[in-house]
Design a protein. Sequence first.
Length: 591
Amino acid sequence: MKRLAVAAIMLLVLMAGIALGEGSGLSIDAPREEIRPGRPVILSFMVPEDGTCSIGLRNKAGTELTVAEERTVTSGYNSMYWNGTCEGIPVPEGDWILTIWMNGQAAETQVTVGRMIPCLIAVTTENETVEEGDTVLISFYTTEGGTLLLQADGETDPLYWENVAAGSGEAGFQAEMEPGSHELILTLAGADGTLSEPVRLSLEVLEKEDPNAMPTPEPLPEYLREKAENGFTPAHISPRRGEDQTLNYWTLPMDITDEEAVWKVLTAPITVLDNGKKNAEKMQVIIRSQPGEESDGIGMVTCISQGVHVLERGEEWSLIECYSSSFHDSPILNWNTLVQGYVPTAYLKEVKPNQEMGLVVDKLTQRLYVFRDGKLYSTLLVSTGISNAKQPYNETRSGEFLLVSKVGEFASDNLRCAMALRFNDGDLLHEVPYIAYDYGKDYSVNEPKLGTKASHGCIRVQRQPSPEGVNQRWLWTNYKKNTRILIWEDWQGRQLSVPDSKTPLYCVKKRTGNYHTTDRCNAIRGKRIEELTYGQLDGDEYKKLKPCPLCAAPSRIETILAINETYAEGGDHDPVMTEARKNCPRKLKGK
């Protein structure tokens, strides 16, 4: 329509025989250089009064094009940028008459249109903020093939260049610049060396984070200090309790609901012992009562994977505390006792754990809590070790550990344990065991024990997926070396909290089977369900319901109260271990 309008104006002007040129107060100047579509030029023109004007092109072949229509102008000199295209289409090469019309008057000049210059269109960057050395991906469209050039503003040498074909394309360059804000220029050089109009890009380069750099230990927040001093922490009976004022495993109150504090500990540096030997993850170091190889041994610590709390760092020997990781064949037999002693300072090594995921196992609740990206992601039922008089070493060692290797499936007596991950020498995190028969795998013996102590020291994990799809197979699939696992001791005096009576639960309409924490539980998904509250479980209509093992539903109140009575302050929830610790040969002279 615009082309027809301008053409009609031109025809009326010619039919009326209106004079072109001087005397009308209307004129237009030819650009100083050849017009190259894709490169802006300034069109300068004079008009006799305020109003609107139109500008167009025509050639000897009779082609007429619209440059501008009804453009608002003021009396006297005016100018405009024009990129050599009409309605987005480049003007063909050749000689043209450039004409301006206003109020029945017209003026013209001859112009030459050359070959279209190379053009970069729709240029975007994937990310305007990157770290040093990261790849910056640029997407673009080119009107012709040529050389893509990227330069820092004000610099002549290119940061990056690449030959590209016409059409859509992508290019990636390394941001090997100093940290800070950078203005970049992107151009396309055509086959004849002609440059496209520059495209300006902004890039913020951040200092590259050292993947091996250790996060700075955070001070213990004020709101946690009272809990750490008066409540239950992993260092509950330590004689040095309260001296360390940084937030770490040893000062963290055993409160799984404080997701922020738990996550900070899961991602903070962990100090382990590294004796520099091959297969160190299966080796242990004796903890000495005094600095020196000749002093008595009081406990064991596993290399590479077991975290220790450094109390005093000396030149040759350092004072640490941890739970003794004695196994049945260890030279020092001190079963899961919190000890303070000396280890060679040269063995101490800081490790940065997996920053994406971490695990917490609470021996009191018999739950495994999976944390991802700062939040509690899923809860699973587990079975930790159950000791007896003949095998006190079955007690799962408490402490902080790293998952250091994939072990896979192994046999234990007549049991098969799949997808095992090593975290403490012979202690592994694996799927609940099954018994292999000709007809298949039988989990019926050990699966009902999940949520209670039942293992020989390993941590058995549920095989059926939680509502979030998490189980041992998920942990195996998403395993990353040095994922941290915190194991909380079931100190005498710790108590389970009773859920609020208004806590929502779910069951099937028939009110049989299990009750569930969510209607997304796989056990009831797709079934007719009803909502109830935790307080209603005491009613006769719900008395047959049991807690669902898939979604780790809370125990009934009578079960919680029975556990709390067993763990009441002043009692002894595990007299077998108490007696075993009294009788075990704890000390060993020299080496």
